[in-house]
Design a protein around this ligand. Structure first.
Ligand code: SF4
Length: 472
């Protein structure tokens, strides 16, 4: 498994997040803005709904013949002078990148934003091997300075207010910083510029890789991606194997829905198409290009219960609309990928045991599925995961026993009627109006944050029987 279990329990992490006023303020401002921008972007886009269907259909068709498309991608990249590596596990992926770094004598690596490199904990591995990794996306740069992990798939520092960033810059960079986004960006740009020029290695993720042309596609809003792919001598792109798409015309479909879903833009500011190393006569580009395809649990899910999650574009729209994410932010999830899709990806990468609590961190309201550009039915898979957690006996014994008892009761009418009668008597000390306010012992966890309707004075069956007796 690629990640250790997180140390503190989910309840503690969420409690901490809910008590943090800065986090609450930052989350509300940022996610509300993202929601508004997305709504406007699709409101002005009559083809939006049909393109979402098309995007999903392409993903499905590609998954059905993934081996074919990957083979085609490998051939295309190699025909352009690039190298392709396949990593079954996170460990293998780290070893491949470290080997490339070692062979190229790299001491400094500049990185563009990449959740796949976060997934395999590449920065820690690089640092241990004597290669200094420098994040160059502004949000990633901020959290690297803060020694934190991303809290959102596309906005890694979404949990920080501008004031907190200014304080961080003053502390870490030892220079005055005003809490103004433009001023803070200028400071980061100045600090990073020389790093681009000094770096031996450029590391990126990939939003897509086009099988027919061997083109790796990076979608960003900052110019750092282009610097990372063109200035260092060696470029390594690491991506989940499911990111392969068949053709350039398919790419157009995804580009049309991706930026609208992520940031409400028609197109991101930079869409970079990287096709192998620099060739004779070209003015820029790396001397060496490596594409690392990462499995890490993905291939097993092609025929698994989380298959739909392989269509994810990592746009982040489901996080912005999720009522749970909007309250607790990304760090409380405890793993690399936060939000509703993050729960599924965590289960994919680490197994269902890792999400025995997280699988319940959803209201199942369906807002995520509505927002998803490829219409992934996240609530359905969360319910599946809850079932799996129960069947594999991962859930706490008391909870399993309670639901087993309830299931038996619901299919035995006589027992059900008897239980209702007994419960009516036992509930008396706890009923206020028509609600049970606080149940004692462990069951009190349920009523701590929810209303539990009291057993009615007369059940439906009792009322029905009475009506029949009265001949109505
Ligand atoms: S599940 Fe859908 S909405 Fe969520 S990040 Fe993936 S593509 Fe975007």
């Amino acid at each position: 498994m690629s990640e250790p279990e997180v140390a503190t329990p989910l309840r503690e992490r969420t409690g901490h997040a809910l008590r943090d006023p800065f986090l609450q303020q930052a989350l509300t401002i940022a996610t509300t803005r993202f929601i508004d921008l997305r709504r406007e972007a699709f409101g002005d886009f009559p083809d939006g709904e049909s393109l979402r269907d098309r995007a999903r259909a392409i993903k499905e068709a590609t998954l059905q013949r993934l081996d074919h498309h990957v083979e085609r991608l490998v051939a295309s990249v190699e025909s352009r002078g690039g190298h392709v590596h396949y990593a079954v596990t996170a460990e293998e992926a780290r070893a491949i990148v470290l080997d490339i770094a070692r062979r190229s004598g790299a001491r400094l690596a500049v990185k563009s934003k990449s959740m796949a490199t976060e997934e395999i904990h590449l920065n820690e591995a690089l640092a241990t091997a004597g290669v200094t990794p420098v994040e160059t996306d502004l949000g990633e740069y901020i959290i690297q300075l803060a020694h934190e992990r991303p809290s959102h798939i596309i906005a890694p520092a979404i949990h920080k207010t501008r004031g907190q960033v200014a304080e961080l810059f003053e502390r870490e960079l030892k220079r005055p910083a005003a809490p103004d986004p433009e001023a803070l960006t200028a400071i980061a740009r100045e600090e990073l510029r020389r790093r681009f020029l000094d770096a031996d290695l450029g590391i990126t993720g990939a939003n897509f890789a086009v099988a027919e042309t061997g083109t790796v596609v990076l979608v960003t809003n900052e110019g750092n991606g282009r610097m990372v792919t063109s200035l260092p001598r060696v470029h390594v792109a690491l991506m989940g194997v499911e990111k392969v798409i068949p053709s350039m015309s398919d790419l157009m479909v995804f580009l049309a829905v991706l930026a609208r879903s992520a940031t409400g833009q028609k197109l991101s500011v930079y869409t970079s198409l990287v096709s192998g190393p620099r060739r004779g006569g070209e003015l820029e580009g790396p001397e060496e290009f490596h594409l690392v395809l990462l499995d890490n649990g993905r291939i097993a899910q092609i025929a698994g219960s989380l298959r739909e999650a392989l269509a994810c574009l990592r746009c982040g729209a489901c996080l912005n609309v999720c009522p749970v994410y909007r309250q607790i932010g990304g760090h409380a999830y405890g793993y690399t990928y936060p939000g509703p899709i993050g729960i599924l990806l965590t289960a994919m990468l680490n197994g269902p045991r890792s999400v025995k609590d997280l699988a319940h961190a959803s209201s199942l309201c369906g807002a995520c599925a509505d927002a998803c550009p490829v219409r992934i039915d996240i609530p359905r898979m969360l319910i599946e995961l809850r079932r799996e957690v129960d069947e594999r006996r991962i859930a706490p014994r008391g909870e399993r026993a309670a639901f087993r008892a309830l299931a038996r009761l619901l299919v035995r009418p006589a027992w059900y009627r008897l239980t209702a009668r007994v419960a009516r008597v036992l509930q008396a000390p706890f009923v206020r109006g028509r609600t049970i306010r606080r149940v004692p012992f462990d069951l009190g966890e349920w009523t701590r944050t929810r209303d539990l309707p009291a057993v009615a004075p007369r059940t439906f069956q009792e009322r029905w029987a009475a009506l029949e007796r009265e001949g109505r």
